[in-house]
Design a protein around this ligand. Structure first.
Ligand code: NDP
Length: 310
């Protein structure tokens, strides 16, 4: 067992910002990164809307900057997953990879969210063999070939545009007659000649024995089915917050997002704070996640001094 003052779980913009603030406040934070160090931005290409980068920056590069800044002030950054918690009383207890037991006076939860899947058996069977939820990670494998992407939010649009630069044609499957994405992203998609949008359409089946070789699309209005040969099938339909491990102790909403006291990172458990996409289903931006990480660290610091720990 190891005892720390401040434990941060998760390493996206929220976790790293919490670490920067907690470290500069002298809390000597310990951070466990989770499996995907850097979080969702590791799957992103250009980030054009994070203030301070007038020319934009690649997501992974930005997260490396966040990490270096957190380390500069003494954050102890380790690789590992929180697999069990006990928030029933002070100190709070967290188990990493089922074996390492950490006791902490405050815990900052910043485990973010992860990709959702359609739930088709063929999607699962061919996952990693043509089916992917990350165009930036896997698009390269299908350069010069035909691919399909499902979804109509900003992520789907961003990934469709990314794929259009690598692949011969992108077949974009949109379940309604309109997109949820911001106007500018929609326009970019609709103005890209090698992206074909299938409106009012769903994925009937991903086809292929060992690797994806086609997708069967069904039109929801006409019931007409079309089989389109593709080598890659990308799913970009939103995210699921990574809250399962905390749910026995921390209140979540109907979509599994952690509930915080409005305008604060406070959860229902004293000394446990939540920030970033784990508790934000509305804004979900790197900059809002970073802002909420800052708030979590400031509240953690306040909590520690009010409870005689610092
Ligand atoms: P969203 O929740 O915004 O969009 C999900 C999309 O997937 C919707 O179009 C939805 O359709 C569709 N969808 C959901 N379930 C299914 C299904 N079973 N079958 C087919 N389609 C489905 O998620 P995103 O990941 O796109 O975006 C999340 C947040 O991140 C948003 O706030 C977005 O603005 C932001 N973002 C911003 C970026 C930027 O500013 N550069 C880049 C990427 C994301 P329907 O519309 O019919 O519900």
């Amino acid at each position: 067992m190891e005892k720390v003052s401040c434990l941060i779980i998760g390493s996206g913009p929220a976790g790293y910002t919490a670490a920067i603030y907690a470290a500069r406040a002298g809390l000597k934070p310990l951070m466990y990164t989770g499996l995907q160090q850097g979080g969702q931005l590791m799957n992103t290409t250009d980030v054009e809307n994070y203030p301070g980068y007038p020319k934009g920056i690649m997501g992974p590069e930005m997260m490396e900057d966040f990490k270096l800044q957190a380390e500069r002030f003494g954050t102890d950054i380790r690789f590992g997953m929180a697999t069990k918690v006990d928030f029933s009383g002070a100190p709070h207890k967290v188990w990493i990879d089922d074996t390492i037991e950490i006791h902490a006076d405050v815990v900052i939860l910043a485990t973010g969210a992860e990709a959702k899947w359609l739930g088709l058996p063929s999607e699962k069977r061919l996952n990693g063999n043509g089916v992917s939820a990350c165009a930036v990670c896997d698009g390269f494998f299908y350069r010069g070939q035909e691919v399909a992407i499902v979804g109509a939010g900003d992520t789907a649009c961003e990934e469709a545009i990314y794929l259009s630069k690598l692949c011969s044609n992108v077949h974009m499957i949109v379940r309604r007659d309109q997109m949820r994405a911001s106007k500018i992203m929609q326009e970019r998609v609709l103005n890209t000649p090698n992206i074909k949008v299938y409106w009012n359409s769903e994925t009937d089946e991903v086809l292929g024995d060992t690797v994806v070789d086609a997708v069967r699309i069904v039109n929801r209005v006409t019931n007409e089915k079309t089989t389109v040969p593709v080598a890659g099938f990308f799913v970009a339909i939103g995210h699921q917050p990574n809250s399962a491990v905390f749910k026995d102790f921390i209140t979540t909403d109907e979509q599994d997002y952690i509930v915080t006291v409005p305008g604060t990172p406070k959860t229902n458990v004293a000394g446990v704070f939540a920030c970033g996409d784990l508790q934000d289903k509305i804004y979900r931006q790197a900059v809002t996640a970073a802002g909420s990480g800052c708030m979590a660290a400031l509240e953690a610091e306040r909590y520690l001094s009010e409870h005689g720990h610092a």
